[in-house]
Design a protein around this ligand. Structure first.
Ligand SMILES: Nc1nc2c(c(=O)[nH]1)N[C@H]1C(S)=C(S)[C@@H](COP(=O)(O)O)O[C@H]1N2
Ligand SMILES: [Mo]
Length: 537
């Protein structure tokens, strides 16, 4: 009766599916972190030993969260199948097992999100057990009817007058509880289909309702940005050379690169948001959104770059950020003299470790709430994030930031540092060639070779261009708006027929020229000259 076992496995899977689906619907109202899958997943993440975590990350890269979800789904399906197989109308062992898992999940959820956090699991498991009871009852009834059908077959066989055709039909019905369309069997199949359908609708619906209820886009549209204490610095003339193919000086919010570990973009309401500054400080403080209004707002242009940007890559953008100076906020809490790191925490568990000295050396490090004149886009950290000129994003630019923990590099390890990246991440001096593109076919004659160069908080002093193995020639630079932002450059080239390789290199205001050494992005940023080989005819 392998088929019958199959039906029981299915009954277990759709019942547990219904339990999880119903739990998602309740969690949409009780708080999405209270859904059993979310509560267990987050608990597993928090308690994974470093060794296992590193193995997962080195094997699956940044998909570590997907690996967790797939793992949980496999475990859930196995447990659900078992629940179905051992359940009987007269002996509800599967229900007991399901209830047991329910209690564990409810306790975990309540532990993370408060007593009410147990509700989604409790109600979900109740629905699951109800479905399991009904389905098992129907399967057991179908078994009973098949057994009596089998008995009829036997007596039919025994009858010497039985025709071949009738015997064949009898064979069919014996083969299955399953193959034959007895009314009992139809009841079982219909029950499985309905329960499975309900599970999917509840699960997807719960997630959708949850996303809708927690979506902060509407709230964001109504947020008014604080006025900066000084009017925004006007852009210098010729800050933008406006050449075809050259990256504009300012990056629009929609064009700004996005990098984060969030599977689902966190939806943080200003009503729930606060920033706690704690750790090695004289007085721990917590600042609410409303509290920010009493503080001085500033605006400044900062080019943000990702450490994972390969040479020539586009994980870099330049925006106007509005917010509150970090040195002022930290001073309110009073960092201890022996502290050397600020570990910023995001609502989603991401952390970045920034040198305290850099946050307080006078540069425009800020708690940003505005980007290019708008509240931060949700994917870029609404309602508040950090922006620090001169540091790669992974060690400074925490989005959805909720905590600044003043600590020491020898006591705390940030998210990516645990995963093999350097603890400190100053941005490297670098040039990028925007035009002509690599492998471009261009006409001989006057050609603009142009791109951008950056060395945040040191500033770009010069950019040079080399054609094939010729001498390095100085490029013309756009006006310097700020040492915290990139500069455009252009080199007027008289292109001659044939293949040519163009290289570029930048020198910062400390006199340091970018190295020709080619290195990968791990552990602290790629190095080497950008190059483009073009065909001139
Ligand atoms: N909460 C959170 N903040 C984060 C990250 C993240 O994964 N989670 N990634 C960081 C990295 S690696 C970079 S490069 C910047 C990118 O910011 P952006 O997405 O606004 O461009 O955000 C930083 N802040
Ligand atoms: Mo990054």
């Amino acid at each position: 009766m392998a088929d019958l076992r199959g039906l029981r496995v299915l009954a277990g899977i759709v019942s547990v599916g219904l339990a999880l689906g119903v739990a998602e619907v309740i969690a949409a109202f009780a708080g999405s972190d209270s859904a059993p899958l979310a509560a267990i997943g987050n608990t597993v993440v928090d308690h994974t030993p470093d060794g296992v975590r590193e193995w997962v990350i080195s094997t699956f890269g940044t998909n570590d969260k997907s690996v967790l979800y797939v793992g949980m789904a496999v475990v859930a399906i196995v447990v659900a199948g078992l629940v179905g197989v051992i359940e009987r109308t007269t002996r509800p062992a599967g229900s007991v097992l399901l209830a047991l898992f329910g209690v564990i999940a409810a306790v975990i959820a309540a532990n993370r999100t408060g007593v009410a956090g147990a509700l989604p699991t409790v109600i979900g498991v109740a629905a699951g057990i109800f479905a399991l009871r009904v389905l098992t009852h129907r399967i057991d009834a179908a078994v009973g009817s098949t057994e009596s059908a089998d008995a009829r077959d036997m007596s039919a066989r025994a009858a010497p007058t039985q025709s071949e055709a009738t015997a064949d039909r009898a064979d069919d019905s014996r083969d299955g509880v399953v193959a034959a369309a007895t009314p009992q069997r139809r009841l079982v199949l219909r029950g499985l289909a309905i329960t499975g359908g309900l599970a999917v609708i509840a699960g997807a619906g719960g997630r959708l309702i949850g996303a809708q209820r927690h979506n902060v886009s509407g709230e964001r549209a109504a947020v008014r940005l604080p006025e900066p204490v000084a009017p925004p610095t006007p852009l210098a003339p010729d800050v933008d050379l406006r050449l075809p193919g050259l990256t504009p000086y300012l990056t629009s919010n929609s064009d700004f690169y996005r990098i984060d570990t969030a599977l689902v973009v966190p939806q943080v309401s200003i009503d729930d948001w606060s920033l706690r500054i704690h750790g090695m400080v004289d007085r721990e403080i917590t600042i609410s959104w409303a509290d920010l209004a009493n503080r001085t707002a500033v605006e400044s242009l900062v080019t943000l770059a990702c450490v994972s940007n390969p040479v020539g890559g586009d994980l870099i953008g330049n925006a106007r950020w509005r917010g509150y100076r970090l040195d002022a906020l930290l001073a309110e809490a009073g960092p201890h003299p022996d502290a050397d790191m600020v570990l910023s925490h995001s609502i989603d568990g991401f952390t970045a470790g920034s040198p305290l000295a850099i946050l307080t050396d006078g540069r425009d490090a800020m708690l940003a709430v505005g980007m290019n004149g708008e509240p931060l886009p949700v994917a870029h950290g609404y309602p508040a994030r950090l922006v620090v000129p001169g540091l790669y994003g992974y060690v400074s630019a925490t989005k959805w930031v909720t905590e600044l923990e003043v600590t020491r590099f020898d006591r705390a390890t940030a998210y990516w540092t645990r995963r093999g990246w350097s603890a400190e991440g100053p941005i490297k001096t670098e040039a990028r060639i925007d035009t002509p593109r690599a492998r471009a076919r261009i006409a001989a004659g006057p050609t603009s070779i142009a791109g951008i160069a950056w060395a945040q908080h040191r500033g770009i002093k010069s950019v040079e261009v080399q054609i094939d193995n010729g001498d390095w020639q100085p490029a013309r630079l756009s006006t310097e708006q700020s040492i915290d932002t990139w500069r455009q450059w252009v080199y007027d080239w008289n292109a001659t027929p044939g293949p040519h390789t163009i290289r570029a290199r930048a020198t910062d205001n400390t006199g340091e020229t970018q190295t020709s050494d080619r290195r990968d992005v791990v552990p602290d940023g790629a190095t080497g000259y950008p190059s483009a080989t073009v065909q001139v005819s």
